[in-house]
Design a binder for this molecule. Structure first.
Ligand code: TYD
Length: 216
């Protein structure tokens, strides 16, 4: 079972992934938590290039291909082997980040990016995508506070430095894409408490896992 988490900055993706991991492990499942960009050894190098403020001059098309390269390597080396070994894979960002950020955020064509994503994932699409939905202003305020607390304003700030309008376009893009793939992408209101959001996430995941067990 391959579950991805999406949303703008500051929606609490990593907190929710950890809560879901703990929940699944109490059911005796083996869980792998991973992320994009940076889920493989080579991907970690690409992540540094992608997120560094030094690289403000990275053009939109080059940025796109680095995300896709990261994804292809991640799928081949990490995600597919883990799924084949029977693990549940929880991934922080995946294909829909490319559509939301590079298409709706940067202005590239969404359908073209969908095609490129399909090349990168080589048939391996998520079984379920949880979209943590939050107003851009709230998300950004949270993300800036978190980055300051973690002291990583310079090395990891390229996207946080983008305007509120950019993040709002990304959020609207996620919503539009979720409406296009309503079976796979399920939106969860991320404005509540972490526990409340986690319960909503479990209500989406548990029935799906129960189904797989029956089919297994
Ligand atoms: P990260 O620090 O992981 O952000 P967050 O904590 O919000 O998940 O940084 C990843 C950044 O990369 C994030 O701003 C979104 C961006 N991104 C894209 O633009 N396209 C992509 O395909 C992916 C995977 C991420």
């Amino acid at each position: 079972m391959f579950i991805t988490f999406e949303g703008i900055e500051g929606t609490g993706k990593s907190t929710q992934i950890e809560l879901l991991k703990a929940h699944l492990e109490t059911q005796g499942r083996r869980v792998l938590v991973t992320l994009e960009p940076g889920g493989s050894r080579i991907g970690a190098e690409l992540r540094r290039v992608l997120l560094s403020l030094e690289n403000r001059d990275l053009c939109a098309r080059a940025e796109l291909f680095l995300y896709l390269a990261d994804r292809a390597q991640h799928v081949a080396q990490v995600v597919r082997p883990a799924l084949e070994a029977g693990q549940v894979v929880l991934c922080d960002r995946f294909v829909d980040s490319t559509v939301a950020y590079q298409a709706y955020g940067r202005g590239l064509d969404a359908d073209m990016l969908h095609g490129l994503n399909s090349l990168a994932v080589d048939g391996l699409w998520p079984d379920l995508t949880i979209l943590l939905d939050l107003e851009a202003e709230v998300g950004l305020t949270r993300a800036v506070a978190r980055n300051q607390a973690e002291g990583k304003t310079v090395a990891e700030g390229r996207f946080e430095a983008e305007s509120l309008a950019f993040h709002d376009r990304v959020r609207q893009g996620y919503k539009a894409w979720a409406a296009r793939f309503p079976q796979r992408i399920r939106s969860v209101d991320a404005s509540g408490t972490p526990e409340g959001i986690a319960a909503a996430v479990r209500r989406l995941v548990d029935p799906l896992l129960a189904e797989t067990r029956l089919n297994a």
